[in-house]
Design a protein around this ligand. Structure first.
Ligand SMILES: [Zn+2]
Ligand SMILES: [Zn+2]
Length: 276
C-alpha cells in the first residue's frame, strides 16, 4: 500500500513529528510512504517549512529511513505551492534540493488583487475564479518542475458540476502528457466538506474529489496517477486510500505511480488494494 502525500508538524498547521507519521503508516499497512510537507513559500509563510528548516526536515526523514528500513520504504518529498508570479522563487528553491517526489499544488488564487484560498469553498464556483485556476494549472504543468499535480480537482468542493469541471480539464491532457506529469488521487476529498450551492450550506460525507469522470477520461489517455491521504495528523495517514483505490480500479485504472529519485515507478493496482 502506498501513501504519497503526508504532512508532519513541519507544516505548522499539521501535527505529529515525522517518526509518528511513520509509525502510523506502518501500523496501517503502508509499504511505501512519502513525506510531503509544505515547501517554503512567500505567501502564508508561517504555515509551512521555513527555508532554514529544510535541512533538519531532510535529516529527520533520513533518520527514519534507516531506522525503519526493514518495515517500510520512506521517500523524501515536498508539496510545493505554485503561483505564476513566484515561478523564479520556486525554480530557485527546487534547484537547490534533492528529493524523491515533488507535488505542485495551487492553494491560492488571485482575482482582482484579492486572494482566494482553495478552502474558501463558498466562492469556488465563481466562473472567473475557475478560469484563473486553470490558467495557473497550465503554467504549473508547463514549468516542468513537478512530478504530480496535488489535488487538481479540489475546486469541486465548491459544488461545481463534475462535467463542467472536467470540460475545463480536458484541454490540459495533451500538455500533461508532453510534460509527463501525474494526476494525484487525493483521498482527503472523502472527508472534506462540500458546498451546497442551492441551499448555501456546507455538507459532510459527499464524495467531491477525486473526480470519477475525470479520472476515467485521464486513464483512457494514459495519464499516470499518484495517490495520497493528504494527512495532517498521524491518525489520518492512509485514510481513504483503499476506498479511492477500489473506485478507480472499477473505473479502469490499472497502475498507481510513486516517485523515487524523481522517477515514475508503477505498481499494479491489485497489489495496492487490501484483500478482504
Ligand atoms: Zn496543509
Ligand atoms: Zn495541498
Amino acid at each position: 500500500m502506498i501513501d504519497s502525500h503526508t504532512h508532519s508538524k513541519y507544516s505548522k498547521h499539521a501535527i505529529g513529528d515525522i517518526e509518528e507519521v511513520v509509525l502510523s503508516a506502518i501500523e496501517n499497512g503502508i509499504k511505501i510512504l512519502t513525506i510531503t510537507d509544505h515547501a517554503p513559500f512567500p505567501i502564508d509563510e508561517n504555515n509551512r517549512l521555513l527555508e532554514d528548516e529544510l535541512q533538519s526536515y531532510f535529516d529527520d526523514i533520513s533518520y527514519v529511513q534507516h531506522k525503519y528500513s526493514k518495515d517500510i520504504t520512506i521517500l523524501k518529498g515536498l508539496e510545493v505551492d505554485f503561483l505564476p508570479e513566484y515561478l523564479p522563487y520556486i525554480k530557485k528553491l527546487v534547484a537547490n534540493i534533492e528529493v524523491d517526489f515533488l507535488i505542485g499544488s495551487i492553494h491560492f488564487i488571485f482575482l482582482n488583487e484579492k486572494r482566494v484560498n482553495v478552502w474558501d469553498i463558498e466562492v469556488l464556483s465563481n466562473k472567473q475564479l475557475i478560469v484563473q485556476y486553470f490558467s495557473y494549472l497550465k503554467e504549473l504543468i508547463e514549468s516542468n518542475l513537478f512530478d504530480s499535480i496535488g489535488h487538481p480537482d479540489s475546486l469541486l468542493r465548491g459544488g461545481i458540476d463534475d462535467k463542467v469541471y472536467s470540460e475545463y480539464f480536458y484541454s490540459l491532457i495533451p500538455l500533461m502528457k508532453s510534460h509527463n506529469i501525474s494526476y494525484e488521487l487525493n483521498a482527503s476529498g472523502l472527508r472534506k466538506s462540500t458546498f451546497d450551492i442551492k441551499n448555501k450550506i456546507k455538507r459532510k460525507g459527499i464524495w467531491n474529489f477525486p473526480s470519477k469522470l475525470l479520472v476515467s477520461v485521464l486513464n483512457q489517455n494514459n495519464i499516470s496517477f499518484t495517490i495520497g491521504s493528504d494527512s495532517h495528523t498521524p491518525n489520518d495517514v492512509s485514510l481513504g486510500i483503499q476506498e479511492v483505490l477500489r473506485v478507480v480500479h472499477q473505473l479502469g485504472v490499472k497502475e498507481i505511480s510513486y516517485y523515487k529519485n524523481r522517477k515514475n515507478c508503477k505498481i499494479d493496482i491489485n497489489d495496492c488494494i487490501n484483500k478482504e
